[in-house]
Write a protein that binds this ligand. Structure first.
Ligand code: 17E
Ligand code: FE2
Length: 417
């Protein structure tokens, strides 16, 4: 007797093919996938030919600042720097309760839309480390229905003030999953380089992943990605390292960009683009032509490198919009990066699913395959293209073998002939 039987699904497999199947779940694990399963189950769902996919992966979000938009004021200039100033004021008033409540509200919003794996940044430039403490507690509270990774992120720079380096070390001891950084915001270019070396040192000392906010600026001279790449090669840990944003890559001259691509090719670095926010945040010092301020997603993907898309923000000092819907992210990425070919559209879907899982280093546990943990979503869509174009509804979310969320499609009535 199975615990849960899903009948009549169209399973999107990791190679992109779609097959008609029934899926059986037992004790939190996918027990069987076959054209027809006849054994009984305690609970059955008829999927009516809807698309079965592994869950969405949110590879980059700031849950500590989520849902604070307008507090204490609105970001009127729309720049990264005004956002950092506003957050510096808001974070004086953090409490554990405040951080946890907003984070859990956001995670529920995400899970309702099919996100079951999340990597969040936690600002560790405050001596209290309340943002980190809060998100580590949330990681524990939600672990039965969503998997959370927490990055120790020094928003004000590791060497921007004398205490921050020590706070990074403390964050590792408290149990952060990954070491973060922001080299382009350090006081000098030299400090930026030094910060990248320090990040690798901490990651190796504490055996953690790395996820660096890297070159999130339109300055074509911001070249910390090459430092991250070089450190990854020397440390032999590329697949455990992520370069987030890298928006300056969109501004580099091609001679340098091609040289850089060659270097990156020698690593197994992961890249995260956050197209919703960076299309609004970047290009603010341009008149016309106005740059897009998003990294070279298509070229990295064409070179076979791992790229995922993140939301970055849900209603915070940097971005007043945001819903947690990963199909919104995929759609914006598709537009901004001009990924309109058929394989390119499919790749945009993969960037909010499989590629995100690879970034999070959870590929061994991720995917709708027999023997893997039963995490999956059912989309009211025919295929990846249809899902992105219509921002398809996630009808069912199955987390760790159990039904977590179900959503009915809205009903629209046409009242004329
Ligand atoms: N902090 C930062 O440095 N960059 C961002 N995009 C956000 C926070 C959201
Ligand atoms: Fe970010």
């Amino acid at each position: 007797m199975y615990d849960l039987l899903l009948r009549h699904g169209q399973l999107l497999q990791s190679d992109g093919t779609i097959v008609a199947v029934d899926l059986a779940i037992q004790q939190g694990v996918i027990a069987a996938i076959a054209p027809q399963i006849t054994e009984p189950a305690k609970q059955e769902l008829d999927l009516q030919g809807q698309l079965v996919s592994p869950p969405f992966v949110e590879s980059h979000i700031h849950l500590d600042s989520a849902l604070t938009v307008g507090e204490p004021r609105w970001n009127q200039s729309g720049t990264l720097f005004e956002g950092i100033e506003i957050w510096r004021d808001r974070k004086q008033n953090l409490s554990l309760e405040d951080v946890k409540t907003r984070a859990i509200t956001t995670l529920k919003q995400q899970a309702m839309q099919g996100v079951l794996f999340v990597r969040t940044h936690a600002d560790v430039s405050e001596a209290s480390l309340i943002a980190l403490q809060g998100l580590l507690e949330v990681r524990e509270t939600v672990k039965d229905w969503i998997t959370l990774q927490v990055v120790a992120f020094p928003q004000d720079g590791i060497f921007g003030s004398s205490q921050n380096d020590h706070l990074m070390e403390q964050a590792m001891e408290m149990g952060a999953d990954a070491v973060g950084g922001i080299p382009h915001y350090e006081l000098t270019r030299e400090d930026g380089v030094k910060s990248v070396h320090r990040i690798f040192e901490l990651a190796q000392k504490y055996d953690r992943l790395i996820d660096i906010h890297c070159d999130e600026i339109d300055d074509d001279q911001s070249r910390f990605l090459e430092v991250v790449g070089a450190c990854a090669i020397r440390a032999g840990m590329g697949s455990r390292v992520t370069a987030s944003h890298t928006t300056a890559f969109g501004s580099y001259n091609n001679a340098y960009a091609f040289k850089l691509l060659g270097l990156l090719h020698r690593t197994e670095l992961n890249f995260i683009a956050n197209p919703l926010i960076n299309i609004t945040l970047q290009g603010r010092t341009d008149t016309y032509p106005k740059r897009r301020g998003v990294t070279r997603v298509k070229e990295l993907w064409q070179q076979g490198m791992n790229v995922s898309f993140g939301h970055d923000c849900v209603q915070d000092p940097w971005y007043s919009l945001g819903t947690g819907n990963m199909l919104d992210v995929a759609s914006m990425g598709l537009h901004v990066c001009q990924m309109t070919g058929t394989a390119e559209i499919d790749a945009c879907y993969d960037m909010v699913t499989w590629n995100g899982a690879r970034t999070l280093n959870i590929s061994d546990r991720y995917g709708v395959e027999v023997g893997k943990p039963a995490n999956l979503i059912v989309l009211d869509a025919r295929d990846r293209y249809d899902a992105i174009r219509r921002r398809a509804i996630v009808s069912y979310v199955i987390s760790q073998g159990k039904l977590l969320v179900s959503t009915e499609p809205p009903k629209t009535i046409w009242h004329r002939e």
